[in-house]
Ligand binder design. Structure first.
Ligand code: NIG
Ligand code: FE
Length: 406
């Protein structure tokens, strides 16, 4: 094996998350070689013998995996500042949705713009995430709710991945809300779910536009049975699944999703304690910005997740209705302050565990052979990333082996 690299990063502290007894798996005296988009860890001797096109003396800075935002709805038209004003006058998220606001008002705004306009409206939100060291982002559809407009959203998500230095994983969220044209029909919810399963999903799967399939299992969304129908259809198309579950009430969606081998169960504030052990093979994605923005009171069962070894990821949920937040570091801060995660759990939640929530085996950790998605931070302690709000940007970011700047 040649010992020539594209990049050699030395004199950094590495967050490997590996050593049981060392916080963050802190590793010193090990350099990182980057070649062909992959990393290799080089102990001291390896570094002395190695050559490289570019050498970086990190001067004691911290090197982490590139951050992963594993749950966003960042492609959407318009905004919902008007509903924010209504909520501050006493309206609730659910009552606004019940009278035709909420998700379906963003559906109208998203249907009303062209693919190019949707790209232009969404790009600045992605740029904000990237500036903080995000190198992988999941983007959901779910504001089109027709074959044409769901495809438009997913194409915009893919185009963003082509235009920016980021890996985009797309998720088809047709089962997000009932669109108006179905809502006025008798039994419209079920007819719409049939349309999602029998028409939209097959077309979107055939176009290769979705990497996973998601649902909104909730009173204002769909029942557990309807979500299960979507999961079965997804599996028939060989697509992995995930779910918005137990956000505002408990419909049993998390356990049902876990039984169908979901990559992740997201929100889970209303999860019953007795159900926590059933989530051991999936990832609980915590979304503190939505909890904060809706002024929710019910917290996810973090201590029980810890006790039972359920992996916890942290994401922004970036969306116009419940989480207008384009900062993954702020979501980490919120996960600590509001949900009681440790800063180490929060960082693992946006790297190692977020990769797991997206089914990405080669991302989220600093190991031989992992993808060269890296962020270098000029901080003393990694807890600073979760501690302060809007203080930090990486001093260098590599994505897919290339140095990127924002
Ligand atoms: O993750 N829960 C459903 N979906 C989003 C909210 C979408 C919206 O209100 O526009 C969420 O919170
Ligand atoms: Fe969401």
């Amino acid at each position: 094996m040649s010992n020539h690299y594209d990049w050699l990063i030395h004199n950094a502290k590495l967050a490997t998350f590996d050593h049981q007894n060392t916080a963050y798996g802190e590793t010193r005296d090990t350099s990182v070689g980057v070649r062909d988009g992959r990393i290799e860890l080089l102990p001291k001797q390896g570094f002395t013998a190695a050559t490289a096109d570019h050498r970086i003396d990190a001067d004691g800075k911290w090197l982490t995996p590139g951050l992963i935002d594993c749950h966003t709805h960042l492609v959407f038209g318009g905004n919902r500042a008007n509903e924010f004003e209504w909520r501050l006058q006493g309206d609730s998220y659910e009552s606004i949705a019940a009278r035709g606001g909420g998700i379906v008002s963003t559906v109208a705004a998203t249907r009303g713009v062209s693919e190019a306009q949707l790209f232009d409206q969404s790009a600045p939100r992605l740029e904000r995430l990237l500036q903080e060291g995000v190198t992988t982002v999941e983007i959901k559809s779910g504001y089109g709710l027709s074959t044409e407009h769901e495809i438009k959203m997913l194409k915009v998500a893919r185009a963003l991945g082509d235009a920016y230095p980021v890996t985009v994983k797309t998720t088809f969220l047709g089962a997000h809300a009932v669109p108006v044209e179905f809502a006025k029909q008798a039994n419209g919810k079920q007819h719409y779910i049939d349309y999602v399963c029998n028409t939209m999903l097959p077309e979107i799967a055939a176009l290769g536009l979705a990497d996973a399939v998601d649902v909104f299992c909730e009173g204002i969304g769909f029942s557990s049975d309807q979500c299960e129908q979507v999961f079965l259809a997804a599996h028939a198309h060989k697509l992995p699944i995930k779910g918005h579950v137990e956000q505002l009430s408990n419909l049993g969606g998390a356990v049902m999703a876990a039984q169908h081998k979901a990559l992740s169960v997201d929100h889970v504030e209303y999860l019953a304690l007795a159900d926590v052990p059933k989530l051991i093979d999936t990832v609980a994605v915590l979304l503190p910005a939505a909890y904060y923005f809706l002024h929710e009171q019910q917290k996810p069962p973090v201590e029980a997740f810890r006790q039972h070894g359920v992996a916890m990821a942290v994401a922004t949920d970036l969306n116009p209705g419940t989480a207008p937040l384009a900062s993954l570091l702020t979501a980490m801060n919120q996960s600590c302050v509001l949900f009681g995660l440790t800063p180490e759990e929060a960082l693992m939640g946006t790297t190692k565990q977020a990769a797991k929530a997206l089914g990405l085996a080669t991302k989220g950790r600093l190991h031989d052979g992992m993808d060269a998605d890296l962020a270098l931070w000029d901080i003393q302690h990694l807890a600073e990333l979760s501690y302060s709000i809007n203080f930090h940007r990486p001093t260098a970011i590599w994505q897919d082996g290339n140095l990127v700047s924002h």
